[in-house]
Design a protein around this ligand. Structure first.
Ligand code: ZN
Length: 336
């Protein structure tokens, strides 16, 4: 098991008061220290640009490089900023995922900026902004790692990852808060992929207020059956801690018990799993969640010190309907 980290990830600045800031990594690192896991620095690779270009247009990459070279903090859109350290951070995150995939070991990549909202040329699908993201590290990894599947359990839909992988036969499964109630406004069940990619895009929108019990049901009834049938050789997990009940940006109501259930289910596939930090804006959750994940990856897992949460009656009712819709759409491609 490897935890990838480099101080350059703190060199991506986002301006005063921004929820996605370098301090997030300090708290996550505290959790890693508590778990007793060593850190690995990603090595400098000379093939980063080549693999980045599989996911992003050359013009977009150059545009970001130009902004990095301006020498000051630049607003890319209402949510997303580029600073002089952004490019080194974002390129190093790509190095880390390429290294992690080469190692064929479980890994947790503690990198910033996050990536799953970054589309081929920046803003993805119909999103109003890039949602704090610069390069889509998960998608770069998915196009690099043979037989990869991407599972996205950040509370926001990974619209960038969906856009980049949409016509590829690379499985992308996302669980996220109902897009009618949260950025980026996409991620409905009928978005199933196109051409060769048809059937390889799976969206499960979740009603706000769903607890750990509902999240477990989604894993048991949709995520894991599809993953087992697909049979990935490696898993890339876009991991956001922002579905936790203490997160300031969303309303899902999960605890670390729900996360642990998802992580254990994914590890039960017995293939290397690369967990990539995406969102998560409550510092204590970043710390405790990172500790829990590192311990699970090392096989030393213990129950988190929280009571599991339960869905309220109305969220459970809405989940039942959503699962019926997902099943009816995805059963064209998978046995559900
Ligand atoms: Zn998020």
């Amino acid at each position: 098991m490897r935890v990838y980290y480099d101080d350059v990830f703190k060199g991506h600045e986002t301006g005063p008061g921004h929820p996605e800031n370098p301090r997030r990594l300090d708290y996550a690192l505290e959790g890693i220290r508590d778990a007793g896991a060593p850190l690995v620095a990603p090595r400098a690779r000379d093939d980063v640009l080549q693999h980045l270009e599989a996911a992003h247009g050359r013009d977009y990459i150059r545009y970001i490089e130009d902004l990095c070279s301006l020498g000051n903090l630049t607003e890319l859109d209402g949510d997303t900023w580029v600073s002089p350290g952004t490019c080194n951070a974002a390129f190093t995150a790509v190095s880390a995922i390429l290294d992690a995939l080469d190692s064929r070991e479980h890994a947790y990549i503690l990198a910033r900026p996050p990536g799953h909202h970054a589309g081929r040329s920046g803003r993805a699908l119909t999103a109003p902004t890039q949602g704090f993201c610069i390069f889509n590290t998960a998608a770069v990894g998915a196009l690099y790692g043979e037989g990869a599947a991407v599972v996205d359990i950040d509370v926001h839909h990974g619209n960038g990852t969906q856009e980049i992988l949409y016509d590829r036969d690379v499985l992308y499964i996302s669980t996220h808060q109902d897009p009618l109630t949260l950025y980026p406004g996409t991620g409905f069940p009928d978005e199933v992929g196109r051409g060769r990619g048809e059937g390889f895009n799976v969206n499960v929108p979740m009603p706000p207020g769903l607890g750990d019990d509902g999240f477990k049901k989604i894993f048991d009834e949709v995520v894991m059956p599809i993953l087992r049938q697909y049979g990935p050789r490696v898993l890339i997990v876009s991991l956001g801690w922002d579905a936790h009940k203490e997160d300031p940006l969303a309303d899902m109501g999960f605890t670390l018990n729900g996360y642990r259930y998802a992580i254990r289910s994914l590890l039960s596939l017995n293939v290397p799993a690369v967990f990539l930090l995406e969102g998560g804006y409550n510092y204590a959750v970043l710390k405790e969640g990172s500790k829990m994940l590192a311990m699970e990856l090392a096989g030393l897992g213990r129950a988190p010190p929280e009571e599991p949460s339960a869905s309220d009656h109305s969220a459970w009712g809405r989940l039942t309907k959503i699962l019926a819709e997902v099943r009816s759409i995805q059963s064209r491609y998978w046995r559900l």
